[in-house]
Each structure stands twice: as structure tokens, then as C-alpha cells.
Design a protein around this ligand. Structure first.
Ligand code: PRX
Length: 664
């Protein structure tokens, strides 16, 4: 091990044995944890990780059975650890537990006066809650929900800013067996209505408004529009956050604070079946409408807790900040359930990284003495662009561990994060996982696995990945192929809400019995995994999945559009940007129409789906079987065809002939 600028950097001298064309990345730097990080590490060596991994691999079911008994509270013990009838898994069958009990009541034993949540609002207001206070807040809210008619099994749709009440609401649903469906508060009224209808949501939670970079986004107004088209929603509970005037509809709308006044905080957690649904979270798939990914109680709870403890090497005095919004899976598992179940102290932040200035994150870290920062590569790229002087203003010495999630991190950004934010002393955990997996699947365990910039390194204990070619045969070392998981795990999705067929088709048809993740990957000579991007038509914008089909459908719903194709093109900041190709019914192309289409997609789906580039074309290039030639469009969008971004109509079909062989 050599010492280089105070870091333990070793040069990995293994030659890459494969000349596979898939391997364009030759990253040989290796970063073992520093001695100071290793002090007090739970899993502090490669041997310790391998021993745990091998034990789990030898008998995954027994491994999870032991953990479930030790880590969760059971009102009734389970009798069967796993029922596995592809593609349906049932874990800890016969048992009764409650996620809210595991997060709250259990922490009353040893952590009652420990801070559970440090919350900072966009305007700088701070509220903190101990575990005892959190238990009380959640119990009272659960009683309020009951008062408003919420019953076990009902779906509660949540469209709220990142305020503590959002976390309370999730936990209160879990407490009484209601199923939450959190919808990120950047989605449009249309998107809320689609999700409400798909899930048959009975109750809607929202706030009067949300702070967005100093302005107020009128959430209740958006919800009012959504509820016009959500016939199953009977009640809407409104939190006062911004004191914005709202219209309250008689017989449907209730104020959050009024309801709380009518109840007390005595609400014992309902014992729930291990497989009782906990939440639905909508994510994009390659075809059709968003998929309602279903997660259930015990398995998800166990996986959230253990993956959190393993990956973040959590210690009693850690202050953990996951910057994700609760509207995404990262916010579910690593803002709320994982850390709280582990009795950790979390930071929750309502605002944006660049408001009021570009140093807001660094200010928060200094102010709250945050020890672990878990954020997204897209944010890191933005920080680099905004400049080091914002970082230099602040003391970041409280940090001991860094993490990333949502997309691959390019080695340059990784090195900046390592040096500039981590002071070359904090390991970086690059965590690969998905809405569907419930928790982190591959990541360094920071005390055990030396990191390589750009690699998510190795699978967690109990997780058994493989990389296959299209025939189902394992690929060679360093060769790219389709990433699958060969054994069920407790945190796995339990289906797509109301659509068993799509569940089977999307994840289980290609390789029977194996979970198809939808990502390409390779595994190197040291057993390190490298994610190589999606295999389906999903665009990853700023770490969030958007399906090309959804964007295309939104465009085609505009009266002037005949046909549309959306592709992702490389973007330095967002990872991928959205480029769309549009054929018009009989209108003339113009910059005004481009703007109109942008706003139309924004209205239909939300701001994050707004196209970056719009090109008008006479016809879309298609294969003989009628499939849009996306690879060709991607090349054009990335400028490889040298056609530039013009308002005028182009006819890309002429290029079809040149590429037809490639695509078919
Ligand atoms: O393509 C992978 C990418 O994000 C997808 C999952 O997206 P979503 O369900 O929205 O969940 C994001 C947060 C867990 C994956 O299929 N992805 C996620 N993490 C990584 C990643 N790609 C590369 N490296 C990662 N660490």
C-alpha cells in the first residue's frame, strides 16, 4: 500500500485479460479505507465481508431467517421463511410485525431521547424530533387518519413537500396498515390522477404549498385539478406549510391541524401479516404507463435496516443525510425506513442545493455536523460546475463517509467528490439498486471493500447476481451482459400493482426464474461490478427513470402532433437529457410550437420530463417491422450525424437505409 497525498491508493496491476469491445473503461485506481475510518468498523476487512457473504450464499434462506428473528419485532413468529413460486415470493410467512413499531416503539427502549430527525426547511427554519417525540407525532397522526376514515388496506396518496409531516404520514400509514403511494411533488395533476386511479387511492394528503427556491408552488391547486379526475379519492387532508390561500371543498377537504386536535397520541401499532402491502411507488418502465411497484411489510423492513447498517457502517453518533426526496425509493428506504429502524439520527432537508446560494449543502453539513452524506451523481456534477469556492467556505471535517446513488458516477466526478468533499479520508459507497429491489444491492461495505472510481464493487450479503448473454449463458470476465439476480431476497418487489402479467413479462420472462434488472453490467478480474446502463427504453435524467413511451404519449396527446420519438442523449450535468423527434399533423414547425410542446409535456408529466431538444421531422426512421430506430435517433441527438438543432423539418428516413442492417 503506498501513501499518496495522505491517501491509501494502490495501483491495481492486474492486466485486463479480455479484449472485449464492451470494456472501454480502464480504471485501475484502488482506494482502501484509511486506518482512521477502520477504527470501530463493524465489518472491517475483506475477509470479514467474504465470510459473511459466503455464509449467506451457502444458505440464503437460513441467513435471512436468522436476521429476521434477531432484527425485527414479531407480534407473532413466522413459520416459513420463504415461499418461492416464480415470480411470487413470500417471506416470513405466518408472522405478524409492523414497520412503524420497528422504527419507533422499539427505539423507545434504548433511544427514546436520541434525536431521530433534524429537519431544515428551505427558509432556514429547523425542527428536531427525538424518537419519543416522533413516536408521539406518528401515533397522533395515525389516529387522525383513522378519524378521517382510513382503514387497513386503504391506499393513501401523498403529494407533499419534504417536511417532517411527510415522514410522519408514511409511518402513520404503516402503523395502521394503510398503503402509501408517495408521488414526488414535481409531478403534474395528470400524473397524480393516473397514479390515484391505478391504485384506487381513497385519501389524498397534500399541503397548501411548497417552497421552491424562494417561491411558493401551489400544491393544493395542483391536487384540486388531479382530484377532478380521481373519482376514488374521498378525502383530502391539507397541511398548512406556506400559508397560501387555498380552496377547501366542503365534505372532501380537511385541515391537518384540525384533525390532530380531535385525537390523542395513543395508537398501538396494528400487528400486520409479513406480506401486508406497505407501499406502492410508481416508476417508469419501457412500455405504457408507470408501474406501481409494490413492497410489503417484513421483508422490506428487514432489507432496509440491514442494507442501511452494512453499507453506511452506521454508528450511534452518526448524523446521516440522504438528500433524496421521499417521493423516490431512495427517500423511502434511506431517509425514512432504514435509518429510523436502525435508530439513527437523520437530516431531512426541504430545499434545493442552490438556494439561497450554491453552498447550501455545505452550510448544512457544517451546521448540523453531518457525518455521512448520501447524494446523486447529478448533484455532484452540478457542484463541480458551480465551483470549489462554494465548498471552501465551509468546514466539512465532520464527514466520514460519502455515498452516491441513481446512476453511474464518472471517475472524474468521483475523484472530485473524494478530494474536495471527502478530504481524501472518506470512503465513497457507490450504491447500485432500483425501486424494485427495495434497497441497495451492490455497494462497497466501506470498511471491507477497497473502492474503484465508477464501480459499485460487490453484492451485499445474501444478494446473488450474475451477468448473462442473450442465450442465458454467463459472460466472461470483463464482458458486458444482462444483469440478473439469481435468488430472491427479502426487499424484492412483490409485483406491479394490479398487473401480474406485466410483472412477469418485465422481469421474469427473459430468463425464467431469474430477476432481470434491466441494466447491462460487467464484472472485472477482481469480482467488481460495473453498471453499463439500461437495456430498455428508459432514460435516466438526474437519477430518475423516465420512460420514452410516456414522453411520446404526452407529445402525441397534443393536437398538432402526429407521431413522436423520445431518446436520451448524453448530458454533462443531468447524465442524460431528453431529445424528442416530432412529426406534425399539418402545422408549420416554429420555435413557438417547440415551446408549446415543452410546456405540454410539463403539464402532462411534470417538469422533469420536459424535453431538452425538440426536432421536427417529416417522418421517423423505422425498421421494416415498424420499430422506431432509436439508436439512429440517439446518434442524431448526440450530434453524431452532424445535422444540428434546427426548427425546420428534416427527413431522417433517408438515413434509415444506411442503418437498417444495424437495427434489425
Ligand atoms: O440503471 C440503474 C440506475 O438507476 C436505475 C434504477 O432507477 P430507480 O428505480 O429510479 O432507482 C434509483 C435509486 C435506487 C438502475 O436500474 N442506477 C441506480 N444506481 C446506480 C445506477 N446505475 C449505475 N450506478 C449506480 N450506483
Amino acid at each position: 500500500m503506498s501513501d499518496n497525498n495522505g491517501e491509501n491508493v494502490t495501483e491495481n496491476t492486474n492486466e485486463n485479460p479480455s479484449s472485449s469491445i464492451d470494456t472501454v473503461m480502464q480504471e485501475t485506481r484502488l482506494f482502501p479505507p484509511t486506518d482512521s475510518f477502520l477504527e470501530g468498523c463493524e465489518i472491517g476487512s475483506l475477509d470479514a465481508y467474504e465470510a459473511l457473504y459466503d455464509r449467506a450464499k451457502a444458505d440464503p434462506v437460513a441467513f435471512w431467517e436468522d436476521l429476521a428473528r434477531n432484527e425485527l419485532h414479531w407480534f407473532e413468529d413466522f413459520h416459513t421463511t420463504l415461499n418461492w413460486n416464480v415470480p411470487n415470493a413470500e417471506w416470513f410467512v405466518g408472522g405478524k410485525t409492523n414497520v412503524s413499531y420497528n422504527c419507533l416503539d422499539r427505539n423507545l427502549e434504548n433511544n427514546a431521547d436520541k434525536t431521530a430527525i433534524i429537519w431544515e426547511g428551505e427558509p432556514g427554519d429547523v425542527r428536531t424530533f427525538t424518537y419519543r417525540e416522533l413516536h408521539s407525532e406518528v401515533s397522533r397522526l395515525a389516529n387522525a387518519f383513522k378519524k378521517a376514515g382510513v382503514e387497513q388496506g386503504d391506499v393513501v396518496s401523498i403529494y407533499m413537500p419534504m417536511v417532517p409531516e411527510l415522514a410522519f404520514a408514511m409511518l402513520a400509514c404503516a402503523r395502521i396498515g394503510a398503503v402509501h403511494s408517495v408521488i414526488f411533488a414535481g409531478f403534474s395533476a395528470e400524473s397524480i390522477a393516473d397514479r390515484n386511479n391505478d391504485a384506487s387511492a381513497k385519501v389524498q394528503l397534500t399541503a397548501d404549498g411548497a417552497y421552491r427556491r424562494g417561491k411558493v408552488l401551489e400544491l393544493k391547486k395542483i391536487v384540486d385539478e388531479a382530484l377532478e379526475k380521481s373519482p376514488t379519492v374521498e378525502t383530502c387532508i391539507v397541511l398548512a406549510r406556506t400559508d397560501t390561500a387555498v380552496e377547501m371543498r366542503e365534505g372532501r377537504d380537511l385541515w391537518w391541524h384540525d384533525l390532530l386536535e380531535q385525537v390523542d397520541d395513543d395508537c398501538p401499532a396494528t400487528p400486520l401479516d409479513s406480506e401486508a402491502p406497505l407501499f406502492i411507488l410508481y416508476t417508469s418502465g419501457s412500455t405504457g404507463k408507470p408501474k406501481g411497484i409494490k413492497h410489503t411489510t417484513a421483508g422490506y423492513n428487514l432489507y432496509a435496516k440491514k442494507s442501511f447498517e452494512w453499507v453506511f457502517d452506521i454508528r450511534d453518533d452518526d448524523i446521516f443525510w440522504c438528500t433524496a426526496d421521499c417521493g423516490w425509493i431512495t427517500g423511502h428506504t434511506y431517509v425514512a425506513y432504514g435509518p429510523l429502524c436502525a435508530g439513527a439520527t437523520i437530516v431531512m432537508f426541504e430545499g434545493a442545493p442552490n438556494y439561497p446560494a450554491e453552498d447550501r449543502f455545505w452550510e448544512l453539513i457544517e451546521k448540523h455536523k453531518i457525518t455521512i452524506l448520501y447524494t446523486a451523481p447529478t448533484a455532484i456534477r452540478a457542484f463541480i460546475k458551480w465551483g470549489d469556492h462554494h465548498v471552501d467556505k465551509h468546514d466539512l471535517s465532520s464527514l466520514r463517509l460519502l455515498g452516491t446513488v441513481g446512476e453511474g458516477i464518472n471517475p472524474e466526478a468521483w475523484m472530485w467528490y473524494h478530494h474536495k468533499i471527502g478530504g481524501a479520508r472518506c470512503p465513497i459507497v457507490d450504491t447500485w439498486w432500483q425501486t424494485e429491489t427495495g434497497g441497495i444491492m451492490m455497494s462497497p461495505l466501506p470498511g471491507a471493500i477497497a473502492t474503484k472510481p465508477g464501480s459499485c464493487t460487490k453484492p451485499l450479503p445474501g444478494i446473488l447476481p450474475a451477468i448473462l448473454d442473450d442465450s442465458g449463458a454467463p459472460v466472461r470476465e470483463n464482458q458486458g451482459g444482462k444483469l440478473v439476480l439469481t435468488h430472491p431476497w427479502p426487499g424484492m418487489l412483490r409485483g406491479i400493482w394490479g398487473d401480474d402479467e406485466r410483472f412477469q413479462e418485465a422481469y421474469w420472462d427473459m430468463f425464467p426464474g431469474l430477476y432481470l434488472a434491466g441494466d447491462n453490467a460487467r464484472c472485472d478480474e477482481d469480482g467488481y461490478y460495473w453498471i453499463m446502463g439500461r437495456i430498455d427504453d428508459v432514460i435516466n435524467v438526474s437519477g430518475h427513470r423516465l420512460s420514452t413511451i410516456e414522453i411520446e404519449s404526452a407529445l402525441v396527446s397534443h393536437e398538432k402532433v402526429a407521431e413522436a420519438a423520445a431518446v436520451g442523449r448524453k448530458d454533462d450535468l443531468k447524465g442524460q437529457a431528453i431529445a424528442v423527434f416530432v412529426t406534425l399533423i399539418d402545422s408549420e414547425p416554429s420555435d413557438e410550437l417547440k415551446q408549446e410542446l415543452r410546456m405540454h409535456v410539463r403539464k402532462e408529466i411534470g417538469a422533469l420530463a420536459q424535453p431538452d431538444d425538440i426536432r421536427f421531422t417529416n417522418a421517423l426512421p423505422k425498421t421494416r417491422s415498424g420499430k422506431i430506430m432509436r439508436r439512429l435517433l440517439k446518434d442524431i441527438a448526440e450530434g453524431n450525424e452532424n445535422l444540428g438543432d434546427t426548427t425546420t423539418l428534416e427527413d431522417y428516413t433517408v438515413l434509415t437505409q444506411l442503418r437498417a442492417d444495424d437495427e434489425s
